[in-house]
Design a protein around this ligand. Structure first.
Ligand code: NAD
Ligand code: MG
Length: 390
């Protein structure tokens, strides 16, 4: 039986994870569940799965949560200290499914206490790839990608020599606006951006899919997870979201991973690793699907991607800066302070302000440096939002 902790249990990835655990209760013992604002879900899930502890990241929710769980035997914790305490508890596998840079520290701490990490929180790899890799290596734990594209690459690499890899191709659905013109996209609302044609995901990643900020984070995540060089990573628009990624080898072979757009596949793969167990996902009939389409992304339509390719080249802590600026720009778009295309303008402005900066050149970094860069990115992006919305 695997002991498992889920950080961000109340979100989309968290709920899909619990769905799989619900179907195979004999395989898992839940140690910790964490959530944010959605108290109702956290209470229900705590009563159903009876973790040793449950954490609400929102301090003010502590007493209500505690009241609901009185007599349940579930310990209630709150805030950052509660998250850290849960991450420090011994477990076999931690699922990192908090959204945003807030997921970095719990993931690192979970690895430091000896857990393998099922990583959905791509922001940790983008902001602190070297630190994440180093921590996994030092602790002798496995970083198991949960992002569908990265899980696909990971699976295609099993049994292969890393130096035989020539390139990695990630696919992108193109999100809500793939058939919209630039002129139409300019006026897009948060509601329109938050409707994904293929995947059912949290609000933030769905909007990031429409801007390709999600794919942008993913190319940086791929570079960090698989130690690739910038020129080895490509992106293809693939509207059906069936083929998640391809690995190209030196001999010209391309290994593709095809599956339905259901996150329970990638999550289940990580939960059951190194075994492949039955998963409740649709079995594809390629004769019904008939054809799959691919095209190159238009970098003018998707400036976020152009900027991410620059970040790949810059390296160092530029990923932390890029992600922090993106998180602030996304908040401002959701709050209707700025337009859809302004998000990339803000990230570009913040990157430009730091091009000659000292921190963009540091490669081996500490959590302290990452957090400092993250804070700087947030501060500068907030200034850029103010400039734009004046
Ligand atoms: P979501 O918004 O549905 O859920 C986010 C979870 O994080 C919730 O439990 C929320 O309470 C918690 N949370 C939010 N802010 C927090 C904070 N400051 N401190 C502590 N907890 C906080 O998000 P999601 O769609 O499940 O995505 C989670 C992560 O997985 C993201 O990094 C996303 O990019 C990645 N991911 C998601 C999908 C998907 O299908 N949803 C696919 C691939 C990767
Ligand atoms: Mg993905």
């Amino acid at each position: 039986m695997k002991r498992i902790s889920i950080f961000g249990a109340s979100g989309s990835i968290g709920q899909n994870t619990l769905d799989l655990i619900r179907r195979a209760p004999e395989n898992f013992k839940v140690v910790a569940l964490t959530g944010g604002k959605n108290l109702h879900r956290l209470v229900q899930n705590s009563l159903e799965f009876r973790p040793d502890c449950v954490v609400t990241a929102v301090e003010e929710n502590y007493s209500v949560l505690k009241d609901y769980l009185t007599g349940s035997g579930v310990e209630v914790l709150a805030g950052t200290s509660g998250l850290n305490e849960a991450a420090d508890r011994s477990t076999d596998l931690a699922v990192s499914a908090i959204v945003g840079a807030a997921g970095l520290e719990p993931g690192l701490r979970a690895m430091q206490s000896g857990a393998h990490l099922a990583l959905a929180n791509k922001e940790s790899m983008v902001a602190a790839g070297s630190l994440m890799r180093k921590t996994a290596k030092d602790q002798n734990v496995q970083l198991l990608p949960v992002d569908s594209e990265h899980s696909a690459v990971f699976q295609a690499l099993i049994g292969e020599k890393r130096d035989a890899v020539e390139r990695v191709i990630l696919t992108a659905s193109g999100g809500a606006f793939r058939d919209w013109s630039l002129k139409q996209i300019e006026k897009a609302t948060p509601e329109q951006a938050a409707t994904h044609p293929n995947w059912d995901m949290g609000q933030r990643i769905t909007i990031d899919s429409a801007s390709l900020f999600n794919k942008s984070l993913e190319i940086i995540e791929a570079k960090e997870l698989f130690c690739l060089k910038p020129g080895q990573i490509e992106v293809l628009i693939h509207p059906q979201s069936m083929l998640h990624a391809l690995v190209g080898f030196k001999d010209g072979a391309l290994m593709a991973h095809i599956g339905p757009p259901d996150m329970r596949h990638a999550i289940g793969f990580a939960l059951n690793f190194p075994h492949r167990l039955h998963l409740p996902v649709e079995r594809l009939d390629l004769s019904v699907i008939g054809s799959l389409d691919f095209k190159k992304p238009d970098l003018e339509k998707y400036p976020a991607l152009r900027l991410a390719f620059e970040v790949l080249e810059i390296g160092g802590l530029s990923g932390a800066l890029y992600n922090a600026a993106k998180e602030i720009a996304l908040d401002a778009f959701i709050a209707r302070k700025i337009g859809f295309l302004d998000m990339a303008c803000i990230v570009e402005a913040v990157l430009k302000r730091n091009f000659s900066g000292y921190f963009t050149k540091i490669d081996e970094f500490s959590l302290e440096n990452v957090l400092m860069m993250d804070q700087m990115g947030r501060k500068q992006a907030t200034e850029e939002v103010l400039n734009l919305s004046r």
